[in-house]
Design a protein. Sequence first.
Length: 109
Amino acid sequence: MNFLTTTALFIATAVAEIIGCYLPYLWLQDRAPVWVLAPAALSLAVFVWLLSLHPADAGRVYAAYGGVYVATALVWLWLVDGVRPHFWDITGALVAMAGMAIIMFAPRG
C-alpha cells in the first residue's frame, strides 16, 4: 500500500476505535444513555476489521497504527471536545507520525 492509502486506512481505524471508546466514556460519565454501548461495540468491531486490511505483519501494523492514533486523537480532542492542542501536542503527534512512516515504509531486505 502507498503512504496515502495506508494513512487514510489508519485514520479510519483510529476514528472507529475512538468512537468505540468515547461512547462508553460518555455513558460512564452519565452524559449518554446506555444504548450508546451498542454502536460502541459495533465501532470496535469495525476497528478490528480495518486493522486486518493491512497486508503487513500484524505487530508492525499495530506499532505503526499507534502513531496515527495519537494524531487522530488530538484532532478529536480539538473537534469533538473543543480543546485546542498545544504546540507540544502537535509536535508529539508529528514525531508519532514520523515513527509510523519509518515502521511502515522503511526498506526491508
